[in-house]
Design a binder for this molecule. Structure first.
Ligand SMILES: O=C(O)CCC(=O)C(=O)O
Length: 288
C-alpha cells in the first residue's frame, strides 16, 4: 500500500501555494520493484524489436514523429538518439525508450494498484478534485547516452481541458532522480504567475500551435528549482506549473511513472486533444 507520510495541511499548502508538492517514501521498495518489473515485461511482450514506431524530437526526415495518435495496445516512444536514419534501433528495444504507455493505469496491475489506491484518493479529496479522470499514464525513461532534456513546459499546453486550471500530474520516481540524471525542476508559483499562452491541438498534419509561438520565453533558467528525490517519491503538480528535466549524464538509467488527470466536474476535454480515447485507451474517473 502506498503511504502518505505528511500532513494534509502540508500537502495542500504546498500544492496550492507553490504549484507542486514533493511526497517522499510514498511507494515502498517492493512497489517500485513491481512497477519496474512490469514495464520491463510490457516491453518484452508488446514491443517489436525491428523498428521504432514513434520517435521523439524527430526531424522531417523520419516522416513520423512522437506526436501521432497512438494506435496500439502499448505505445512506445523512442529518443531520437536511439535510432538510425531508417528508424532501426541502434541498441536493444529497451535502451533508448523515452515513454511506454499510454494506458498503463487500466491494463497493468502494478500501475493500477497505485493509481486507484486509497492514498491517491486521499490526496485528490484534499486537493478538492471532484471527478479526477485519468487521461494518460506512462513510464518515462532517461537512458545514458540517448536521453535528451524534457524542455520547459506547462502540461496544459499539451493536455487541453477548458476552462484551464483543472489538470493535475502525479509523478513517481522509480529510481533515485538526481541532479546528474535529470531530476524534475519546477518554477515555484508559476501556476499563478505564468499565464497559459500556448496550447497544441492535433490536426491531420500533426500538432498545431494555438497562441504564442515563443512559448514560455519570459521564464529564465534561474527561475527553476531542482528537486532531486529518492526512488518511491511522489510529486504532485498543477498542470499550469512550469517544469522541465535535463538529460541523464550518468551511466545508469533514470525511470519514472506518471499519470495525468483532469477534473471532469469542472472542465471539458477538448475534442482535438493529442491525447484521446480509442479502443486501446480509455479515460477512467477515479471516484465512481
Ligand atoms: O520525468 C520527467 O523528466 C519529465 C516529466 C514531465 O515533464 C511530465 O510528467 O509532465
Amino acid at each position: 500500500m502506498p503511504r502518505l507520510v505528511t500532513s494534509i495541511e502540508n500537502l495542500t499548502n504546498n500544492y496550492f501555494k507553490k504549484g507542486f508538492v514533493v511526497l517522499p517514501k510514498f511507494l515502498s521498495s517492493d512497489e517500485v520493484k513491481l512497477m519496474n518489473d512490469s514495464w520491463y515485461k510490457i516491453v518484452d511482450k508488446y514491443v517489436d524489436e525491428s523498428e521504432a514506431q514513434l520517435i521523439r524530437n524527430v526531424g522531417e526526415s523520419y516522416g513520423k514523429s512522437g506526436y501521432e495518435i497512438p494506435q496500439k495496445e502499448v505505445n512506445v516512444v523512442y529518443d531520437k538518439k536511439a535510432v538510425d536514419e531508417d528508424r532501426k534501433l541502434l541498441g536493444s528495444k529497451f535502451k533508448g525508450i523515452h515513454t511506454i504507455g499510454n494506458d498503463l493505469h487500466n491494463k497493468f496491475e502494478a500501475f493500477k494498484n497505485v493509481v486507484f489506491s486509497e492514498e491517491v484518493k486521499t490526496i485528490l479529496k484534499a486537493l478538492q478534485i471532484g471527478a479526477p479522470t485519468v487521461t494518460t499514464s506512462t513510464t518515462l525513461h532517461k537512458w545514458p547516452l540517448t536521453s535528451s532534456e524534457v524542455p520547459a513546459h506547462q502540461d496544459e499546453s499539451f493536455l487541453v481541458a477548458e476552462p484551464h486550471g483543472h489538470i493535475t500530474g502525479f509523478w513517481f520516481s522509480l529510481t533515485d532522480a538526481t541532479l546528474q540524471n535529470g531530476c524534475l525542476e519546477f518554477v515555484p508559483m508559476s501556476h499563478r504567475t505564468v499565464p497559459l499562452k500556448t496550447t497544441f491541438i492535433f490536426t491531420e498534419n500533426g500538432l498545431k500551435c494555438i497562441g504564442k509561438q515563443d512559448y514560455l520565453s519570459e521564464v529564465k533558467d534561474s527561475d527553476f528549482e531542482q528537486f532531486p528525490v529518492e526512488k518511491g517519491t511522489l510529486v504532485v503538480f498543477n498542470g499550469l506549473t512550469v517544469h522541465k528535466s535535463k538529460p541523464n549524464e550518468t551511466n545508469e538509467p533514470r525511470h519514472s511513472f506518471q499519470f495525468l488527470l483532469y477534473d471532469k466536474s469542472k472542465a471539458v476535454w477538448h475534442k482535438d486533444n493529442y491525447v484521446r480515447e480509442s479502443r486501446f485507451h480509455k479515460f477512467t474517473t477515479i471516484f465512481n
